[in-house]
Design a binder for this molecule. Sequence first.
Ligand code: IMP
Ligand code: MG
Length: 204
Amino acid sequence: MPFGTEGVLISRAEIAARVRDIGVALTAELERDLARGPGSAPGDGSPTPPAGSQHAQHAVMIPVLTGALVFTADLIRQMTVRLAIMPVTVSSYRGAVTAPSNLEFRSDLPTDLAGRHVVVVDDILDTGVTLAALRDRILAQRPASLRIVVLLRKRKRRGAEVVPDHVGFEIPDVFVIGYGLDYDGLERNLPDIVSLSSTGGEAR
Ligand code: IMP
Ligand code: MG
């Protein structure tokens, strides 16, 4: 384990069990939605995929890279519904600093989400700035549905109000690494979620 870390906050076994439950629940929700056919956004004239088209038969998952990489890889293998995976890369430029910062969308959001069932997957809901920006951009395309799934949510007051449909774990307002979450780009490959100690975190 890297130095400057406290103990394991959430073990790989706890993560695996929770990810399985979320995958099963999401599958049921999406299968129900897809059975109803493609959505139509009433009155906005946006292009809606015709019923029976390829789009109508699968959901679109948008993982927010890089943090959601590990979570998404595990989550999709607990899901039996047909999925297209269209990652976006969003960078928020910070190490262990949890203050809101400028966002950079480093890959383009798909532009054909109208009428489709969309699931955004992120590693952690902290200030909510990232997910609020992404949510608004997706909703502007009039998807048939939009779900937000986060593995972790910090217990804190948030600047941007985002209400996820699924939350893996509520955690204290501490900086965490592992299972996809990084400190300055590193430690994403730790299999457990570990909290960075206050001394080790900032002074390194
Ligand atoms: P938000 O926009 O403040 O909600 O931040 C979301 C992004 O910040 C996450 O997707 C992470 O990439 C990063 N982040 C926030 N808190 C942590 C943390 O405790 N550890 C690692 N990354 C974090
Ligand atoms: Mg992230």
